[in-house]
Design a protein around this ligand. Structure first.
Ligand SMILES: [Zn+2]
Length: 310
């Protein structure tokens, strides 16, 4: 085999070649080999290969340039990336870091929109926001597939499911385009939408364990969004109980969750960095299952009215 075809035998998706990571002592590595390859050897240790050819492991790293040897069969490659310097300890006398002030959504008022209970589906508008897009790829899967594309595929499945149930559905993007984060909720405001659902797929921190990290969660920031998040989280938890744990409904002050007018939440459907998660996310039937769970949760929220969920 030529060097070129051998080079294709092991692909490393994260960290990418020469990528600069923050300071960590261990970093996750994910990549792929042809299906049927039994194992890869990373930093001298054998790593199991998932049935799709994906693999994930943790490696010990040091500040500066790291060269990690990755081998499969007769082939080996030296993968180079950079780990940033260890942060200097803060002197004890230093003032605490100022509290982070989040940008305000200038175009939004402060009055929560009335709950749409009593409206027909045709009168109810839902904005779906596929996270990332364009140059902002989001996280990457072991086979090098981007979160931005997974989010769009899942959003399209959810749009079809909600439209089939009669709701008016709007999307913040329908193509691979970049959107300014703070502009995403603007569509919900402009369309006087009843709910806003942002779709994402998760990744661990650089020192997280990509082989094991896999769960779903729904984020909201205010009580308006919290009930919607809890309803969707409950259905996701039930739908995928045999496959991954659920962290339920969590709080996060994201640009797409802090809308004071319109119930807003962000769904982390799965982990794109996990070999099993990647296989699920890029499976049409699995996306349909997730779309049904999210739509069921949305309808639970509709039925719950303004009060807390039962
Ligand atoms: Zn994301």
């Amino acid at each position: 085999m030529s060097a070129l075809s051998l080079a294709a035998a092991v692909a490393i998706a994260f960290p990418s070649a020469n990528q600069r990571l923050p300071f960590v002592e261990r970093a996750y590595m994910i990549g792929s080999v042809p299906r049927g390859t039994a194992s890869v050897v990373v930093q001298g240790r054998e790593v199991e290969v998932y049935r799709t050819g994906a693999w994930a492991t943790l490696v010990d790293v040091a500040e500066g340039t790291n060269t990690i040897m990755v081998a499969a069969g007769d082939f080996s490659t030296n993968h180079v990336f950079v780990v940033g310097a260890r942060p200097k300890p803060r002197p004890p006398s230093a003032a605490p870091a100022p509290e982070k002030k989040w940008e305000k959504l200038e175009y939004c008022g402060d009055v929560p929109k009335p709950h749409p209970s009593g409206k027909t589906p045709q009168e109810i508008a839902v904005v779906i926001d596929p996270g990332h897009g364009g140059g902002d790829t989001g996280a990457v899967s072991p086979h090098g597939l981007f979160e931005k594309n997974a989010n769009l595929l899942q959003a399209e499945a959810l749009r079809a499911e909600l439209a089939a149930r009669g709701y008016r559905v709007l999307m913040t993007r329908e193509d691979d385009v970049a959107l300014v984060l703070g502009e995403r909720p603007r569509l919900a405001h402009a369309e006087n939408a009843d709910a806003f659902i942002s779709i994402h797929h998760n990744a661990p921190a650089a020192n997280g364990d990509a082989a094991k990290a896999r769960w779903n969660a729904v984020y909201s920031w205010n009580p308006l969004g919290e009930r919607l998040a809890a309803a969707i989280a409950g259905r996701l938890s039930d739908a995928f109980a045999g496959e991954m744990p659920s962290k339920g409904s969590l709080h996060a002050n994201f640009a797409v969750t802090r809308n004071p007018e319109i119930p807003s939440c962000l769904v982390e459907v799965d982990f794109i960095t996990s070999p099993a998660g990647e296989e699920a996310i890029f499976n049409h039937a699995h996306r349909l299952e997730a779309a049904i769970a999210i739509a069921d949760g949305f309808e639970d929220w509709l039925r719950s009215g303004r009060g807390p969920l039962p």
